[in-house]
Design a protein around this ligand. Sequence first.
Ligand SMILES: Cc1ncc(COP(=O)(O)O)c(C=O)c1O
Length: 401
Amino acid sequence: MTVTNALSVAARTMMAEPLAGGRFGEFGGRYVPESLVAACAEVEEAFREAWSDASFRHRLERLRAVHAGRPTALTPAVNLSAELGVTVLLKREDLAHTGSHKINNVLGQALLAHRMGRRRLLAETGAGQHGVAAATAAALFGLDATVFMGERDIERQQLNVFRMTMLGAEIVPVRSGSRTLKDACNEAMRHWVTAAHDSYYCVGSVMGPHPYPWMVREFQRVIGEEARAQCAAELPTSVPTHVVACVGGGSNAAGTFAGFVDTDARLIGVEAAGGAAMTDGTAGIVHGYRSRVLQDEHGQVAEAHSIAAGLDYPGVGPEHAYLGDIRRARYVTVTDDEVVPALRRLARTEGILCALESAHAIAWVLRAAGTADLPTGSTVLITLSGRGDKDMPALMATATR
Ligand SMILES: Cc1ncc(COP(=O)(O)O)c(C=O)c1O
């Protein structure tokens, strides 16, 4: 079945609310200890109420404009386009305050936490971008912030750890398991059980128990909606033929796709080859939701690996699992070895140093341009989810010249 044939009515409208119980097809749901069921229900009720309140939306819109610097630019990658024979447009989430798309979601959740009367934000972080965004929003709203982070990520993302400290957040190092994002999520959820009365769990991607995958996508929808209007002004065809974004938990991709799901654009999510839950995962439960998950033969969650700290997560947002099942979106992988050259190529052709996560999307476009996957003459929107400052120490370690 071609993607175009698969654009059924369901596929074009699935980006509305999830089904009963927070399901996207057979994925999603709320698989949490009993003590957290009420906490999730409270967040859901508060979000529904806030999202239908014009004053909440207005405050969020204003915060995005005056604090986060939205709308972010759409930059035509003129030199790269000429080299590849496809028109490349970059949605510049790297230009948002704090350096990535994570701020969109966090401003929404912090505003909600404040409305709910909570005094502390709990967060988990991998690359540190969500932690920095959470620490930033907490400072802005006068809330405390506690950020759980794997020891390995603390080592490789020292710049962001220091930024969080400067912003007044408490960092809790997580020493269990692979000492990365998966373990930080486990610890944050464990802590939430004891702190739900006064703390708000600010989830960093379209993952976790209902309502988080839906709510986070709604807060990230701004990427796709802005890009849709900007593409309409930029392209004679109005809508690009391809829309490409990297996928860790999947929030920048979900937000981007939300603006194009009702069009004929091909939606492509790019995973790290070592953390490819869509490609290599099987149905299972992780961190309170059902989705595609990397698992061993005993059903234990397996470890993921990526040069990009934000992509080495063994699960993927449930809506992506659904979009993959109904073939509305396609998920592909790129290896660590392709990512650094892709980052350098973008830097040298366009003068933009993007995050290693975002370079996954660039790497796929470099590989696919001129093939049946991305024919010459295509128009491709790529979401640059973040800027590369945090990755410079890692790149300095691998630089050959
Ligand atoms: C810059 C950047 N891009 C992408 C991601 C992956 O997250 P998501 O798939 O939720 O967009 C991260 C996660 O930390 C990130 O920091």
